[in-house]
Design a protein around this ligand. Structure first.
Ligand code: 6AU
Length: 283
């Protein structure tokens, strides 16, 4: 019987994770005692930088949607490059990684341009990005070729299931996404999944050699109470997501960004998500 990754500590996984980005993230999680990813879904670049400066100590990962930011509306000479350079400096200062939530979904050749080039040059500043598995393995191969040319650890998450009501993921789609992720060709690149519960994991599940397989599961749709947003988003609590369903990193956007006191609320999310993890690995 394969053992479950969700019973292992972040610290032990940080020694053995097959991707460099995954090892770095698991080390940060373990050292800072935070499995909280902040989804900074703001459109004003200056507000983002101010908020990230305050929230940096609470998080292991900052998730961006670079294409929702209104760079043209700023009065400063902020360019995209100087903005992403500032984010990288904040990541260095507060020890967190950056995840651009680009959700690539095209053929390998097209995503290479989208990842490397355009106005955002995502591969140059984002440690982690994500992709849909719908186009087939060529999307992973294309992204990996770009990542390999960067010279810094780069990790990819595949979307196995979404948090939104009626999404087509999960079930057989998730199984096929997992099978795609297991290909040895990208063992050092595909670090995990966006999913709603633990995916894969354990010894004897790697397809070859018998080493432990370890996919980091990051989960959006997390709130302090169960609920929704009227546009299909569905919220579950940190206890359900981390404690019961074995996910590793909680992704929280509006629950923190829209709060009157984002720092105090982020601490509640951090504490509850961390305690849910501690309870899980003790059992
Ligand atoms: O906490 P929220 O609802 O304000 O924000 C959730 C964030 C948003 C979504 O684009 C993203 O998480 N997201 C994702 C990701 C991270 O890939 C997948 C998904 O299934 N649901 C989801 O909400 O920035």
């Amino acid at each position: 019987m394969p053992s479950s990754t969700s019973t292992l500590t972040y610290e032990s996984r940080s020694q053995t994770h097959p991707t460099a980005a995954g090892r770095k993230l698991l080390q940060i999680i373990s050292q800072k005692r935070t499995n909280l990813c902040l989804s900074i879904d703001h459109t004003d670049p200056d507000k983002i930088l101010t908020l990230v400066q305050k929230l940096g100590p609470k998080i292991c990962l900052l998730k961006t949607h670079i294409d929702i930011i209104s760079f043209s509306s700023t009065t400063t000479s902020t360019t995209i490059k100087s903005f992403t350079t500032k984010l990288q400096a904040l990541a260095q200062e507060h020890t967190f990684m950056i995840f651009e939530d680009r959700k690539f979904a095209d053929i390998g050749s097209t995503v290479q341009h989208q990842y490397r080039g355009g106005v955002y040059e995502i591969a140059s500043w984002a440690d982690i990005t994500n992709a849909h598995s719908i186009p087939g393995p060529g999307i992973i191969r294309g992204l990996k070729e770009v990542a390999d040319g960067i010279g810094e650890p780069r990790g990819l998450l595949l979307l196995a299931e979404m948090s939104s009501k009626g999404n087509l993921g999960g079930g057989e789609y998730q199984e096929r996404t997992l099978a795609m992720a297991r290909n040895k060709e990208w063992r050092g690149f595909v670090m995990g999944f966006i999913a709603m519960k633990e995916v894969g994991g354990g010894s004897g599940n790697d397809g070859e050699g018998g080493e432990e397989e370890d996919f980091i599961v990051m989960t959006p749709g997390v709130g302090l109470q169960v609920g929704g947003d009227g546009l299909g988003q569905q919220y579950r609590t940190p206890e359900e997501v981390v404690g019961r369903d074995g996910c590793d990193v909680v992704i929280v956007g509006r629950g923190i960004v829209g709060a009157d006191d984002p720092v105090a609320v982020a601490e509640v999310y951090r504490e509850r998500s961390w305690e849910a993890y501690e309870g899980r690995v003790k059992n």
